[in-house]
Design a protein around this ligand. Sequence first.
Ligand code: A5P
Length: 232
Amino acid sequence: MKIVVMQRDETELKRAAAESAVALVTDGMVVGLGTGSTSTFAVSALGRRVKEGLRIIGIPTSERAAAQARELSIPISSLEEHPSIDITIDGADQVEEGSLNLIKGYGGALLREKIVASASRKLVIIVHESKLAKLLITDAPIPIEVVRFGWQTTVRHLETLGAEPAIRKNAGQAFETDGGNYILDSRFKPGTPADELAEGLDHIVGVVEHGLFIGMTSEVHVASETGVRVLK
Ligand code: A5P
């Protein structure tokens, strides 16, 4: 019973963070639509505002986000049509206090999320306070998206960087991303400098993208029992 009450509270806090970020969206903006349980609240809030007359164009970061936008009649488009995004609102799995560097990808959408973030003038992250961490690289895994061809070889290359990679599974099968790739959830030595690690991962053959978002965040809306605070 106690657990049910806590879950409802956390849900409400995610909604509060989402509402706070959606207040930044104004008429005529191109808006990146994030993926995950917190971003779902942002897309819902945008849907409500679109119904009230707000004119925006959404650029989804996943098939899930696109489906939700369509259900809510939020007009969606592509980066081909709209290469420059005014604001993207997305969740995160971990936020390093101070640098605002992120770990993303526990929901499997990290590649499109990073492409959309890189096309955005402003990346606004929405999280429950439990996602804040003093250091980015702890014992939590970093999702690494890899091409399926020769992924076992990519595992060996990652091991030379000190990784302990585990292929992500879903119902016993290797999980496939929207792009048809695999994800290796990889643990590294806690305290490893995140920027150096990101650079190392960028150079590994077979790695499509990784869940370290370095220097991309504009602001983070953090929801806690005491309200939503904005980290910049
Ligand atoms: C999706 O791939 C992720 O990057 C999500 O944005 C992240 O996992 C946050 O999800 P929640 O809001 O569900 O915690």
